[in-house]
Design a protein around this ligand. Structure first.
Ligand code: CTP
Length: 417
């Protein structure tokens, strides 16, 4: 896992209480550490029955706290462990959180290091409950969860599914990947784009030929999803309009699923009202079959000619609509090119009246469609072209958002340079 800017250098107190799902939290501790966070694990006695403190120590490279009277590690503001850890933390995450610990948080009980820390903490608190279906459904637990929510405690899950007991229902810990998304969401709320709204498009479109066939392209949606995640990490409110993909929705994004270019146009036009930025990363099909066959087309020996009709150009439609309203304030397009990269990108920038275009050479094997990396050039309205090295799609998203930030602040591209 590569560093994640919203996590880099952030101090996270990770409270592990007693539940079988504690083993999954070891994976999360590893992800958080690899992403650049400083993770201080605090375990209750029951938590230690499921996973050894040594596991977390090995994964985080830091001391693991198991008792109220332990001496604090380095770099804390005071030598009193519970005060030092609580005051240094940017986030307190309790995962898994048992019914017992939730009840303690509600009543302010401070009978172990974790519950004491929770009382002393000034940072946001995120809890990921995990317990038996009946314990979660119990009115006592439900009422405790509701009370904590009204006090501003964030919740991740619990998820629905099969429990270790064999029962099915609500009470499972959310998976580590999703939990990481919740952590990013909570930590990102005060980012550079807090209070801003973004619409991001992603993935391919599909234009039906008959009930079982369609015209499409190999877009995986990864670049668009990475942009949505990066915008969320900076505090933006994000609507993600996506064609068919297998990707999980970034935590906090409002997802709108679409199929055809026409669907995407309608979804984007209704979402962009009043937003600050539209990032059009979708690989929108340029043509659709003029007529969709109502029945499955039958094979014959003869050649087949298909009539195609152009689909609407979404960026141009938004650029036109923004005339009177001024929204979105920043319009960003992508240019997928197989030749004359810069020339074609500049033509699109002007024709679609964009503020920035992200050009990529789709013939490079490590860039463009359906790979994890991209090699792009950012072309702006001042005529500058910044060629970025090969990087992950997440890193490309960060570079694009740095530019957006600058455009929204009213800076010129020269300020950026
Ligand atoms: N785009 C759009 N509506 C379309 C087609 C594309 O809004 N019907 C957007 C894409 O999301 C992208 C930008 O326009 O941000 C450029 O897309 P691209 O496929 O590179 O260019 P086209 O305009 O389709 O031109 P061409 O296929 O001739 O290169």
């Amino acid at each position: 896992m590569e560093p994640i800017p919203v996590l880099t250098g952030k101090r996270i107190v990770l409270g592990v209480t007693g539940g079988i799902a504690a083993y999954k939290v070891a994976t999360l501790a590893s992800h958080l550490t690899q992403a650049g966070a400083v993770v201080d694990v605090v375990m209750t006695q029951a938590g230690q029955r499921f996973v050894a403190p040594l596991t977390f120590h090995a994964l985080t490279g830091r001391p693991v706290y198991t008792d109220l009277w332990s001496a604090p590690g380095e770099g804390l503001p005071t030598h009193i462990a519970h005060v030092g850890l609580a005051h240094a933390a940017d986030l307190m995450l309790i995962a898994p959180a048992t019914a017992n610990t939730l009840a303690k948080l509600v009543t302010g009980l401070a009978d172990n290091l974790l519950s004491t820390l929770a009382l002393a903490a000034r940072c946001p608190v995120l809890v990921a409950p995990a317990m038996d279906v009946g314990m979660w459904a119990n009115p006592a637990t439900q009422s405790n969860a509701a009370t904590l929510r009204t006090r501003g405690v964030h919740f991740a899950g619990p998820a629905r599914g099969r429990m270790a007991s064999g029962l099915e229902g609500e009470g499972r810990l959310v998976e580590p990947e999703e939990l990481l998304g919740h952590v990013r969401w909570v930590l990102g709320r005060r980012g550079d784009l807090a209070g801003r709204r973004a619409v991001v498009t992603a993935g391919p479109t599909r234009e039906p030929v008959d009930p079982v066939r369609f015209l499409s392209n190999p877009s995986s949606g990864r670049q668009g999803f990475a942009l949505a995640q990066a915008a969320l990490d900076r505090g933006a409110k994000v609507t993600l309009v996506t064609g068919p993909t297998h990707l999980a929705t970034p935590v906090g994004a409002q997802r709108v699923d679409v199929t055809t270019a026409q669907d995407m146009l309608e979804a984007v036009l209704s979402a962009v009202e009043g937003v600050d930025v539209l990032l059009m990363a979708a690989a929108v099909g340029d043509y659709r079959p003029t007529k969709m066959e109502a029945q499955k087309m039958k094979k014959t020996a003869a050649d087949l000619t298909m009539h195609l009709t152009p689909t609407p150009d979404i960026l141009s439609a938004v650029a036109q609509a923004r005339g009177p309203t001024g929204y979105p304030r920043a319009l960003v397009g992508f240019a997928a090119e197989s030749e004359n990269l810069l020339e074609n990108a500049r033509t699109k920038l002007a024709a679609k009246r964009l503020d920035l275009i992200v050009a990529n050479d789709i013939t490079a094997p490590d860039a463009g469609f359906a790979v994890g990396t991209n090699r792009v050039t950012l072309v702006d309205t001042d005529g500058n072209a910044e060629q970025l090295p090969l990087m992950s799609k997440a890193a490309v998203a960060e570079a694009v958002l740095d530019r957006i930030d600058c455009i929204l602040r009213g800076g010129t591209e020269r300020d950026h340079a």
